[in-house]
Design a protein. Structure first.
Length: 693
């Protein structure tokens, strides 16, 4: 029975991770029977928890980053960018993440504007994030200072989907946690209006030199009345693809009503009846958005993937439901609620996902709705699967619970009132009255709404911290030694894959060969559990590339991280490495309970592709190594057994959750998320450390 329960818990861990990945346009699964979180055996000592909540009493009962007195001069400032509009695509996950990134950048660089005035001091690109996240590393992407040649082919392969619809990735959906690995890999957020020299010249018909702006190549609008012949043809083909997918969809009645019968050739019939008036869009097509029938693709090469002025991510903070909670789906508890509020107090926007009545504007509301549109207050009172992402910009402990109550014909809907007061202030991505879309949505048409502390559909929350411009300037040009380019949705340990127990003192290591001489100034790791301790060390001049400890110790230390997420560790002294030098970064991650017992957790990136998605994790020999308590083993030795085990344990649960089977190759793991960051040259590094060439 114990073994069966353990296997079920491992399976549930992955099933829950899969559930968290379904924040996509139109995809929402009920979750009344959602499994309990397998990670409820995670431990965090009272000592660490006391650090986590050390200044909890200092949190105000209300906070709004649109009107925040950071310097205590009595004048509020706005650190939130204007509300944007994600239409025509299902890119809420990118908008929620980028909104949080913009807030953190503005706050960190003291770029607030007077409260009540727009803050346009930064505008980061959602288009860049959504496109390159879903298009894996190509041979043209390889740059020795950021992406090693060995990782070509890693990530999503959307070539098949692109052949049918070049813009398909923008409707693929995503999770909040996508931002961590993507930004930390050097593909940091880029300014939307940054240029890439030669863009317009390389792309016939390009409207301007702004490839990252949230619009198509030509800048076509949905409501353009004087379109070119090219635009008219593109519009017609776009609608043809939508109509041709009619069987079993809401378009079937329209198609039949226009006279189509199964014995007709569909293309011939469509051409004969096509008029602009029969297009199958939504009511928001009447607003002046950029058109989905334009070409929204971006080039797959390093010049564009890493072009522009990109932010340097310092760390991300994944705010999980803490240990002891009954379920991985958000339930109100002091640790999680305080963590979100504390991040806001520190000037970090918090992206999170929840169940919305519509996953994007214009969607039909099916089943019970949860938004009180009189007060614009959302309370999901049952276990629904998250389908939409937003950015939290503030909170109000005193917001009345009665404002969430919904009524029909004057009668209160049972269960529509949360058990207590309190709400997050959330920024949506469906436009606002004072924005370019002119869409009346949210509190006074502002594009904002209230989300109850007690909402039962919230499943993840994440914030970001970036190096300031001053810090970025001091770092200068940076190199990244890394192998983990898989867009990981979650991280799994050997114990969670039922291959280990967590009791052995495991270690993880990545072995790198310096592509150029420079100075290592920091490393990064991923932690997946609150209160994780990280022992780290850097070994130079390895004598045996298969033994990460066969070199000379050059840096070491221990850190404890109060949140999960990507964590930067600044080395106490910079470590110079020569071109061609083989070195290793070795880490051990563990939690300590109140009895002093350690539970070791390896962080192995994991992702499951769904539907027609194709995904590949590239793990080569002599890159990542695992010490299992007895000896060092190449991670390639674990790859096949881990994927097989994960698939066997989770196929049934995932199939029940999604409604279809997932092939084994859709489960992918990747190298350890251990990176080393360098700058300067070897000569400069050696001089700083007293060495000579």
């Amino acid at each position: 029975m114990e073994k069966k329960l353990r296997k079920m818990k491992k399976a549930v861990a992955v099933t829950l991770a899969v559930a968290m990945s379904l924040i996509s346009a139109g995809m929402a699964a009920r979750a009344e029977d959602a499994p309990v979180n397998a990670a409820d055996d995670r431990v965090m000592s009272e000592e660490v928890k006391s650090q986590l909540k050390a200044d909890a009493d200092e949190l105000p009962e209300k906070l709004d980053l649109r009107d925040y007195d950071k310097d205590g001069d009595g004048k509020g400032e706005n650190y939130v960018t204007p509300v944007k509009a994600q239409h025509p695509f299902g890119t809420c996950w990118a908008y929620g993440t980028i909104a949080a990134a913009e807030i953190s950048y503005l706050f960190g660089n003291d770029l607030g504007t007077p409260a009540g005035t727009p803050n346009n001091n930064i505008d980061l690109s959602e288009k860049d994030f959504a496109w390159y996240y879903y298009h894996g590393i190509t041979a043209d992407d390889i740059r020795t200072d950021l992406i090693p040649a060995s990782q070509a082919g890693e990530g999503f392969d959307y070539s098949e989907a692109d052949a049918k619809d070049r813009n398909s990735c923008y409707n693929a959906g995503g999770t909040i946690n996508h931002g961590s690995a993507f930004f930390m890999s050097g593909q940091g957020p880029v300014h939307e209006l940054d240029t890439v020299e030669g863009w317009a010249a390389d792309q016939p018909g390009a409207a301007d030199d702004h490839p990252y702006e949230y619009k198509g190549l030509h800048g076509w609008k949905i409501m353009d009345q004087n379109e070119s012949d090219e635009a008219k043809e593109a519009r017609k083909e776009y609608y043809y693809r939508q109509f041709s997918a009619y069987p079993g969809t809401e378009l079937e009645a329209t198609v039949r009503g226009l006279g189509y019968t199964d014995d007709m050739d569909f293309r011939t019939w469509f051409d004969s009846v096509y008029e602009e008036s029969i297009r199958p869009g939504t009511y928001i097509d009447d607003l002046d958005y950029y058109a989905a029938f334009d070409d929204w693709t971006l080039p797959l090469n390093a010049r564009y993937r890493f072009g522009g002025d990109r932010l340097y991510l310092k760390e991300s903070r994944i705010i999980q439901t803490p240990p002891g909670a009954a379920t991985g789906i958000f339930t109100l508890n002091e640790d999680t609620l305080w963590s979100i509020k504390n991040e806001l107090k520190n000037g970090h926007g918090v992206a999170l996902a929840y169940f919305a009545d519509q996953s994007r504007p214009g969607d039909e509301i099916s089943g019970q709705s949860y938004m009180n549109t009189e007060t614009w207050a959302q309370y999901t009172s049952s276990r629904e699967m998250a389908n939409h992402a937003v950015c939290v910009v503030g909170y109000d402990d005193t917001y009345p619970k009665e404002n969430f109550t919904r009524r029909v014909d004057g009668k209160e809907i049972e269960g529509s009132t949360p058990p207590g007061d309190g709400a997050f202030i959330a920024k949506n991505s469906w436009g606002s009255l004072d924005g370019p879309s002119g869409r009346d949505w949210g509190i006074n048409g502002s594009g904002y709404f209230f989300l109850s502390y007690y909402d039962q559909s919230v499943i993840s929350a994440e914030s970001y911290c970036f190096y300031t411009e001053e810090e970025k300037k001091a770092i200068g040009s940076t190199t990244i030694a890394q192998y983990d380019l898989l867009p990981a949705g979650s991280y799994i340990s050997l114990a969670e894959a039922d291959i280990g127990s967590g009791a052995k003192a495991s270690r993880m290591a990545n072995v790198f060969t310096a592509a150029q001489g420079n100075s290592l100034y920091s490393i990064s790791v991923i932690t997946s559990t609150p209160g994780t301790f990280v022992d780290y060390a850097v070994y130079k001049d390895l004598k045996d590339p298969g033994d990460p400890l066969s070199g000379t110790p050059a840096a070491e230390g221990t850190e404890v991280f109060l949140y999960g997420g990507y964590q930067r560790i600044d080395l106490k002294e910079e470590v110079p490495v020569r071109e061609g030098e083989v070195y290793a970064v070795v880490v051990s991650e563990y939690c300590i309970d109140n009895d002093g017992r350690k539970t070791y957790k390896e962080a192995i990136p994991f992702f499951m592709a769904t539907g027609s998605q194709k995904l590949k994790g590239v793990i080569n020999a002599n890159e990542s190594f695992l010490f299992d308590g007895e000896s060092w083993k190449d991670l390639t030795e674990y790859r096949d057994i881990m994927i097989s085990t994960i698939w066997e344990q989770n196929n049934k649960e995932v199939a029940e959750l999604l409604g279809f089977d997932i092939p084994k190759e859709s489960f992918q793991i990747d190298n350890f998320p251990i990176k080393a960051y360098g700058h300067g040259s070897y000569s400069e590094s050696a001089a700083r450390s007293g060495e000579s060439d």
